[in-house]
Write a protein that binds this ligand. Structure first.
Ligand SMILES: [Zn+2]
Length: 480
């Protein structure tokens, strides 16, 4: 019998969640949730001045408010202006608008420094916006010193990245998850997120589809000896409630407030799952890597990217097809172990061939190789665990099947919610050549072992296999 404090975890009651997690973790593997509080409610904006006063012990006067430059509307008044107005009734507020002249705003070091330069003398930082503003605020205040209170006012249910201690930053043109900090307080006003463009909230729903692929990758990498930190609790806190949410995909399509509240809750739990794991593995596996490659490709060509979560959802469908093929067809007795361990001299040119075109100085390729090299070295030292994985295939298969959902069901839920399942239906659309490049090369991108690595080493993951995935997706009205 599983603990209902975990299976029905309530992110707005962190005290109870902390106790339940503590009791589920006798070996102290999990990391603490370093947040004061999370509010998911109607009219949550109204409590902001009170929250800031409490965080600054009633003495803080100087507030930095950070937003992007996109206009954002709640009924007729701008959410950002409303937050500014509420704050200026009580505090001295500097409003820093982050923008990029030609393209979307990126979470990169240049933008992080711009915020960092405005932090001196501030008593509290309020980030109002989506994932990029949140990542920039987390990164810049982390560099400054983690004791500066950070409040995030989430304006859409677009990603799960609000309630964890890491930031996804662009480094040498490559997206990397970096150590940052948690927001001190997260505020989700249901009236605000209900007014967000539906495709943004559906993107958040899409980001959650990784729950049926990423933790399976994580479990695989643990069993095969590539990751020592696996724990069940990060997934337990969100899976049952996500199943409930998926049954309500039709109500989500109508942006029903009760269903949005459940989406807010599950997305926040998904962020917390990464925080307590101390790494993004519970919510980021093969599907995210495919998405990161698509982003890098767009970035190198100076193009905008589609919503992160919308891209991830299509990647999750592709990955769930790969899992389905693997779990149904793999026969461990046919594996030639000696052929599963390519050397560095064989793989280095492959990594450079995959990524050299991204920039003229090959920074991205060098960055990827420096990460991939570590993974390859570790893989060579995991031969014994790999043998034992092959010997215990049936028990692995049984566990993995419990952690996945069929690609058919993922597609059905996405279609019912009115969310895209094809790369060509995203905005901007992603062309077939880019998708094929991203899928073929995703395993070469970083130091995290996923299904795509194992399938590559087994000799499965190649152009023909990618075509097979795409063909199966086509039968589900998904894929390209
Ligand atoms: Zn994500």
């Amino acid at each position: 019998m599983q603990d209902s404090r975990l299976t029905m975890a309530d992110p707005t009651d962190l005290a109870t969640l902390r106790v339940a997690l503590r009791e589920s973790d006798p070996d102290y593997t999990l990391h603490p949730i370093q947040m004061d509080s999370i509010f998911i409610q109607r009219q949550a904006l109204e409590i902001l001045p009170q929250v800031v006063s409490k965080l600054t012990n009633g003495t803080g006067k100087n507030i930095l408010m950070v937003t992007d430059s996109t206009p954002y509307f709640r009924e007729s008044s701008s959410v950002k202006e409303k937050v500014y107005f509420l704050l200026t009734q009580h505090f001295q507020v500097e409003w820093l608008v982050m923008h990029n002249e030609t393209k979307d705003l990126h979470a990169d070091n240049v933008n992080s420094k711009i915020i960092g330069n405005a932090l001196q003398g501030k008593d509290c930082v309020i980030g109002v916006g989506g994932g990029t503003i949140t990542d920039l605020c987390k990164d810049s205040t982390h560099m400054f010193g983690d004791d500066l209170p950070l409040v995030i006012v989430q304006t859409a249910l677009s990603v799960n990245a609000f309630s964890d201690g890491v930031a996804v930053m662009l480094k040498n043109g490559v997206k990397r998850t970096v150590e940052a900090r948690y927001p001190t307080v997260l505020i989700i006003d249901l009236d605000v997120v209900q007014q967000a463009p539906p495709e943004r909230n559906l993107a958040g729903y899409g980001d959650l589809m990784a729950t049926w692929t990423a933790p399976v990758d994580w479990y695989l990498s643990h069993v095969i000896g590539m990751n020592a930190n696996y724990h069940e609790s990060p997934s337990i806190i969100l899976r049952p409630q996500l199943r409930e949410l998926m049954k309500k995909s039709d109500r989500l399509a109508k942006m029903d407030r009760g269903t949005l509240s459940l989406l807010a809750r599950v997305l926040t739990l998904s962020g917390l799952s990464m925080g307590i794991a101390g790494e993004s593995s519970p919510a980021s596996g093969t599907e995210h890597i495919i998405s990161h490659l698509i982003d890098m490709s767009a970035d190198s060509r100076g193009k905008n990217v589609a919503f992160h979560g919308a891209q991830v959802a299509v990647g999750a469908i592709m990955t769930s097809i790969a899992w389905d093929f693997f779990l149904k067809e793999f026969d461990p007795s046919k594996v030639d172990i000696d052929r599963c361990f390519p050397g560095h001299e064989e793989m280095k040119p492959k990594v450079y061939a995959a990524f050299s075109w991204l920039d003229k100085d090959q920074h991205a390729a060098s960055e990827c190789w420096s990460d991939y090299e570590k993974k390859l070295t570790k893989w060579h030292s995991a031969q014994e665990s790999f043998r034992s994985f092959l010997n215990n295939w049936d028990s692995f298969k049984e566990e993995a099947e419990k952690k996945t959902l069929s690609p058919e069901y993922l597609c059905e839920c996405m279609h019912t919610a009115g969310a895209p399942t094809r790369y060509s239906r995203l905005t901007p659309e992603i062309d077939a050549k880019t998708v094929r490049w991203a899928m073929n090369n995703c395993h070469l991108f970083r130091n995290r072992f996923t299904l795509s690595d194992l399938l590559y080493f087994l000799g499965w993951w190649d152009e023909a296999f990618v075509e097979r995935i795409l063909d199966r997706a086509e039968t589900l009205d998904a894929g390209l």
